[in-house]
Ligand binder design. Structure first.
Ligand SMILES: *[C@@H]1O[C@H](CO)[C@@H](O)[C@H](O)[C@H]1NC(C)=O
Length: 418
């Protein structure tokens, strides 16, 4: 057992979520000068945004997403679209990160203000975070594959709610798990480590769980030399898949984001919600579990088509880091078909445009909601990302769902010429 370590992590140095919304959007760098469109302040209300029945154009800054030119906005012909990958990373990606926090997730706490302490006892990590004079603590467990050592550290998949461990361990991948309910309960209750520090803030529980992933990674990095903290996957299923997606979104240390059967506020579309499953949408998710997201999202209830983003925007913002999406064709709950034929291909347009097309993948499998076979189904892709192991499996196939619904993302025919 190694001694306990305690230090203040510098957000910028670890590329953590906290630093991301604060990404400098200044011009300069290289030989080109880039002026970013100003992020509207305050952010527009739903009435000030155009109604869009198709997926919003990811290339169009919020400033130009206005109702008076709605027809052009929808068609991908809006003025002021980002033109180059450099502009995407410098201007649009930070804008989307801020926009998603404003409209859906709530603002991720400033990690630079946090002090993380961790101790390890066998395979149990005790994690303690202090900020603003308040402390929250929770535990995580790790399971190491045979052969993992400080000189040959294994990549890790951090999960909540459980996963199929054995095939991953056999493949040389470590498993970490934390008790998400001790970070934040799946309710309006403000107990748990996250709320011990941040009670009173308008933050969704998906963001609180994402924070739990990140602080678990901090602790692994501090106390588990047998794990390579530079090769990290995050996963969970259903509501926990929504949280895994948020974890991948808000921390650039996450190498591979693995949302399983994640649905709305995960990889399920707000628009096109009737394609399969029980019709999960903004209205019923906000009514059933409003605490997953912030209160601002509630102002869009019955106006989901005015949201200036959809699930493809979230996926695209993770680029160029890897994302693999699991969906089951027998899932009665989430809209697997919508994820497959609408969200995945729309996000892939952006990944391709950024030159990272092989970093987004989908696995459409048989079986239902949270079927554990999903984990074996994505494993070859996980091995490709972690070890560079080639696979012949086609992770661009939509399986029995066939081909993309291209009318859902009309802007894709007018992709900016990079
Ligand atoms: C691990 O900790 C070291 C030392 O603070 C830091 O430089 C590094 O960026 C951290 N890595 C991750 C993945 O957090």
């Amino acid at each position: 057992m190694r001694p306990s370590v305690s230090y203040a992590l510098v957000a910028a140095a670890i590329g953590s979520a906290a630093a991301m919304p604060l990404n400098p959007r200044q011009q300069g760098g290289g030989s080109t000068t880039i002026e970013c469109a100003a992020i509207p302040s305050p952010f527009p209300t739903w009435q000030q945004l155009p109604q869009q029945s198709t997926l919003p154009d990811p290339f169009l800054p919020l400033k130009y997403t206005t109702p008076d030119n709605a027809r052009d906005v929808v068609a991908g012909k809006g003025q002021g679209r980002v033109q180059t990958p450099e502009e995407w990373y410098r201007c649009r990606q930070p804008e989307i990160l801020q926009m998603l926090q404003e409209y859906q997730f709530g603002y991720y706490p400033d990690h630079a203000q946090e002090k993380v302490a961790a101790t390890r006892s066998g395979n149990t990590l005790s994690i303690s975070v202090t900020a603003g004079g308040k402390t929250g603590s929770f535990k995580a467990t790790i399971t190491l594959p045979s052969g993992a050592s400080a000189s040959k550290p294994a990549p890790v998949v951090i999960n909540i709610g459980g996963m199929q461990n054995q095939p991953y361990l056999s493949a040389g991948i470590a498993i970490a798990q934390f008790d998400y309910t001790s970070v934040a309960p799946d309710s309006n209750g403000k107990t748990g480590a996250f709320w011990s520090i941040y009670n009173g803030r308008d933050i969704g529980v998906l963001t609180a769980w994402a924070w739990g992933f990140h602080r678990t990674l901090d602790a692994i990095n501090m106390t588990v030399p047998e794990i390579d903290a530079a090769r990290v996957g995050v996963t969970g299923c259903s509501r926990l898949g929504k949280a895994a997606l948020a974890a991948g979104l808000f921390d650039t240390r996450i190498t591979l984001t693995m949302p399983m059967s994640s649905g709305v506020q995960g990889m399920g579309p707000y628009r096109y919600y009737t394609m399969s499953g029980q019709g999960e949408n903004l209205e019923n998710s906000k009514q059933g579990a409003g605490w997953w997201t912030n209160s601002k999202l509630g102002t869009f209830v019955n106006h989901a088509e005015n949201l200036p983003f959809d699930a493809h925007t979230i996926a695209a913002t993770i680029a160029p880091r890897a994302l693999v999406i699991d969906q089951g064709t027998g899932d009665q709950f989430v809209n697997s078909k919508g994820t497959a034929v609408v969200i995945y291909p729309a996000a892939k347009v952006v990944y391709d445009w950024l030159g990272a097309g092989d970093k987004i993948a989908i696995s459409v499998r048989g079986g239902g909601h949270c079927d554990m076979s999903g984990f074996t189904s994505i494993l070859p892709y996980v091995q490709k990302i972690f070890f560079g192991t080639p696979t012949t499996k086609d992770y661009n196939s939509l399986g029995s769902y066939g081909s993309p619904l291209t009318t859902a993302f009309p802007w894709a025919t007018a992709v900016p010429k990079a």
